[in-house]
Design a protein around this ligand. Structure first.
Ligand SMILES: *Cc1c(COP(=O)(O)O)cnc(C)c1O
Length: 390
């Protein structure tokens, strides 16, 4: 007998009623401020391609050369026959750039977090997480089977008292360098001090800081002038500011060797295509060299914040390219998003469970490939939103 999945229907219906239903938009153009979405020309402010490198000619050419040299696919996991020279050299370049002894590539940031946390922790250990941490850090903590402790966003007193209660086993504090939906920066200096006092490991997921913050884009850890000693585990992703795909973990030789031996999301998955690694190498050079991209971002963010203040938009405490406008209910966020869409502007409504209940929002992001005119147009349309209901 064929079992139907009809029992799933009520939950789908419930999500629609609650304005929580999610749907994809189909893009017919590369990443960039202006594109074609579902057949319409739009001005987009929701990509994580912060430096505008996803569609850079040098990056594309490197990927093409990579495909000619290595073919389309890697063929196997890194520990079998999928670890190419391109992957290997990229790891060396990432280690050098981050100032750490070694780096290890993962296929995605999600898998990197799962792999690190489940390799380093087990029953009897403890993991401490900010309530607004990214889902992959939460899931990594759960998968590790360690005791799971969460504290209110950026509440260092709460973290301190939780750490003081730590008695036995390893302790890991895992944190977003830049909070993905709020755009604020984690207080890494204070966290490092607390971790040192409690003999806890500090792990920073720098998905939104790598390429954007710090000297030459080295990320949030560099911005605080911290290094390997204070933050032994750094995770960075390559699909956001770097513009390609994948992720890496950088740290000591012992850390990387442990991950190679024990991180299941590293061991049991096919390596990304070597051509992607070649594209990432080209992109990484641009990340380091093109200081103007970070400068341009700063200018655009400043322009946006000033303009938004003038029209009375409720800004959040963020100096990064992530500039959310909280709507409150999912219904209101969706309404705003649709209103903007009607004006040819693409910004997605972020709703629970991605953000806490009651804080649904427009997550506006900027890229170095936006122009001041783009920001002006955005402000013009935003000024037409009905804010009173928020
Ligand atoms: C995007 C993101 C990830 C996941 O990275 P992928 O490479 O997209 O899987 C992990 N952590 C944070 C904070 C992110 O924003």
């Amino acid at each position: 007998m064929i079992t139907s999945l009809k029992s799933l229907q009520p939950e789908l219906e419930r999500r629609k009623q609650a304005h929580l239903y999610r749907a994809r938009r189909v893009y017919d153009s590369p990443q960039g401020p202006e594109g074609v979405v579902d057949g319409r020309h739009v001005l987009s402010f929701c990509s994580n391609d912060y430096l505008g490198l996803a569609n850079h000619p040098e990056v594309i050419a490197a990927m093409q050369r990579g495909a000619e040299t290595y073919g389309a696919g890697s063929g196997a996991a890194h520990l079998v026959s999928g670890h190419s020279r391109a992957h290997h050299v990229l790891e060396e370049e990432l280690a050098e750039f981050t100032g750490r002894p070694r780096a290890l590539l993962f296929s995605t940031g999600y898998m990197a977090n799962l792999g690190v946390m489940s390799a380093l922790l087990g029953r009897g250990d403890s993991v401490y997480e900010d309530r607004l941490n990214h889902a992959s850090l939460i899931d990594g903590g759960l998968l590790s089977r360690a005791n799971f402790k969460r504290y209110a966003h950026a509440d260092m007193d709460a973290l301190q008292s939780q750490l003081q209660g730590h008695a036995k086993g390893e302790a890991l504090v895992a944190i977003d360098g830049v909070f993905s939906m709020d755009g604020d920066i984690a207080p890494l200096d204070r966290m490092a001090t607390l971790c040192r006092g409690a003999d806890a490991w500090l792990m920073v997921d720098d998905a939104h800081g790598f390429g954007v913050l710090g000297e030459q884009g080295r990320g949030t850890i560099d911005r605080f002038n911290l290094g390997l000693k204070e933050v032994p585990i750094m995770m960075g992703t390559l699909g956001k500011a770097v513009g390609t795909s994948g992720a890496f973990v950088a740290g000591s030789d012992e850390l990387i060797e442990t991950l190679i031996q024990q991180a299941r999301s590293y061991i049991f998955t096919t390596a990304t295509p070597p051509a992607v690694a070649e594209a990432t190498r080209a992109s990484l050079r641009l990340v380091q060299k093109d200081e103007w991209r970070r400068e341009r971002l700063k200018t655009l963010i400043g322009q946006f914040r000033q303009g938004a203040e003038e029209i009375g938009l409720p800004l959040m405490e963020s100096e990064t390219p992530i500039q959310p406008i909280v709507a409150g209910t999912s219904e209101q966020a969706l309404k705003w998003s649709r209103q903007l869409e009607g004006e040819g502007i693409q910004i997605s409504a972020i709703r629970p469970p991605t953000v806490p209940e009651g804080s649904a929002r427009l997550r506006i992001t900027f890229s170095a490939s936006h122009t001041p005119e783009h920001v002006e147009r955005l402000l013009e349309v935003l000024s037409g939103l009905e804010l009173s209901e928020a």
